[in-house]
Structure formats: C-alpha cells, structure tokens
Design a protein. Structure first.
Length: 317
C-alpha cells in the first residue's frame, strides 16, 4: 500500500513538473505583451512601469503617474493594494497609452477597494482621470450569468448565453464614454487571467468563460490582437485544460523544427522584399494555441492535419 501511494505521489509530482515546463514554454512563445514576474515588489514594478513609459514617451511628465502610485497603498481589508494596479498600468504602458490612462490604471479600483472618494480623485488628479476611473468602476458590475449547470437545456442555454454575451458587449461599449475605459478594463482582465490559478476551480471556469465570451470579442473588435491572443489562450487553459496542455505538449515536441522553418520563411520573404526595393519590417511567428485548437475543432482535424501553423507579418512604411 505504501508503494502504491509512493508511486501515485511520484506520478503527481511528474505531472506538476511537466506542467511547469509547459507553462514556461507558453511564456517564451507569447511575447506580445511583456509578462510580469510573480511576487515582484511594488518598487520593482513601478520602476518597470516608468522605464516602459520612457521608451515611447521620453519627455513625458510622469508626476501624475508618480502621484497615482503613492495613493491607496492598502485595501479596506488592510492588504497591499498597489501590486495589481501596477501590473495593469504596465500592460497599458506596453500599449503606449497616455499618462492619464496609466494613472487611471493605477487608480482603477480605488473607489471600491479603498477609502478614496471621487471628489479626491478629481481634486488631486483631474476630472479626466476621474471619468476614466469612474467608467471602469461602473463596468465592474457587468457580469455574465452562469447557466453552465443546466445540462438539460444545453442548446437553449448556449443560445441564451451568446445573446446575453452580445448584449453585455454592447453595454460595455455604450457605457464607456471614452474608449480608454475599455482599454483599462481589458488590461485589468488580462492581469486577472494571468493570476487565475490562485482562484477556486469554480471561479476559474466562471471567469475564463466570461473572458472568452465578453472580453476576447471586444479586444478583437478594437483590433488589440496583443491582448486578444493571450486572453484566448488563457481562457482555453482553464475551460479545456486537457486539450490545452496536450496541444502545448505536441507543439513543444516540434519546437526546434518549427522555429527553423519559420526563420527560413522569413529570410526568403526578406530577400524578395529587398530585391523589389521595398523597405519593410518582417517577422514570423507560430499561430497561438487557441487559434489552432479552434481550427482543429471546427474542421474536425488533428494537429498533423493542420498546415497553416505559421504566420508572417510584413510592415511597410
């Protein structure tokens, strides 16, 4: 009996180690939005935020961002407040947004999670920052109803779910008087999805489904592929974990061959573009996991039968 228990523990440990390896692979593959390290100190995150802003706006006055960083250091519960807002602000900086949006990203949930008031935000920052923060706060109460437990009416529930999701997407876009409110909300959801493993299983499924039904389509409509791709993959990871990890494992086994092939395609295209006298930036990448999975399901094919696993982007002046 002890031997059986030992073997079971060992098997579980092997699975955990394999998942850690696969998680590392996914992070290496997805370079669209720079991921933050776990358990980084607020000071390190703040310096990373400022460095990111300086890259695309060297002369920016960061006093507004600096002031927002020093506000609301604890939640009503007394727990540290600033780490999540800092990560949201870093995502916004990766999208090269203005200082008002980044400040609002740092303050996006102070109205509900701290003792700070709307009047204080307006007085200490600006009416513009308040409107952004207030917009995000209002969107916070829009959620997708969970009818997944009703298996007897699965088809009707799916139809109702899509109708409700579309209504919510319209409400999101209608309620946000400034498009930057939506961008902050997308950044907020992206960081929540990155840290979803700390939630209960039920919460993981509920939040991932809401992300897939509401946030991914909105990111697609706005043309923010950097965020949509990662939200798609993270949703798949929690909604279809077996399919997700099996796909990652299969792709990992072909990684070196795939990378060499993509690079050879890029070099060939670059040669033709240069010969034509065109100045262009050329880069190649593998299709993201959700895109491949969707194609496999829709076309009822295995990974071996999917041929367009790569994409080449050509950007000309």
């Amino acid at each position: 009996m002890k031997w059986v228990r030992h073997m079971a523990d060992y098997s579980q440990k092997e699975k955990e180690l394999e998942r850690e390896h696969l998680e590392k692979l996914v992070k290496e593959e997805d370079r669209s939005i720079k991921p933050m390290k776990e358990f980084e100190s607020p000071e390190d995150l703040y310096h990373e935020l400022i460095a990111s802003v300086r890259k695309y706006h060297p002369s920016a006055d960061i006093s507004l961002i600096e002031k927002a960083y020093h506000e609301g250091q604890t939640r009503k519960s007394g727990e540290p407040y600033i780490v999540h807002p800092l990560c949201v602000a870093i995502i916004l900086a990766e999208l090269e947004l203005d200082k008002e949006t980044i400040a609002a990203g740092l303050l996006h949930d102070v109205l509900e999670d701290t003792v700070m008031t709307a009047d204080e935000i307006k007085e200490e920052f600006s009416e513009e920052v308040l409107l952004l923060v207030d917009g995000v706060t209002k969107l916070r109460h829009l959620h997708l109803a969970d009818n997944s437990h009703n298996h007897d009416q699965k088809d009707r529930s799916a139809e109702r779910l899509e109708m409700q999701a579309e209504n919510l997407r319209k409400m999101f876009l209608a309620m946000a008087k400034d498009i930057r409110v939506i961008l902050i909300k997308l950044a907020d959801r992206l960081h929540n999805m990155r840290t979803l493993k700390y939630q209960s299983k039920e919460a993981q499924i509920r939040i991932a489904r809401e992300t897939q039904e509401i946030y991914c389509p909105i990111a697609q409509r706005l043309g923010i592929s950097k965020i949509k791709i990662e939200l798609d993959d993270l949703s798949l990871k929690y909604l279809e974990p077996e399919a997700y990890y099996d796909l990652v494992r299969q792709i990992d086994q072909r990684k070196s061959v795939r990378d060499d092939y993509v690079q050879s395609l890029v070099e060939e295209v670059r040669a033709h573009i240069k010969a034509a006298g065109i100045v262009a930036e050329i880069e190649g990448r593998a299709k993201h996991f959700f895109s491949i999975y969707k194609k496999m399901v829709n076309q009822d094919k295995t990974l071996d039968q999917i041929y367009d696993l790569f994409a080449i982007r050509i950007i000309v002046d």
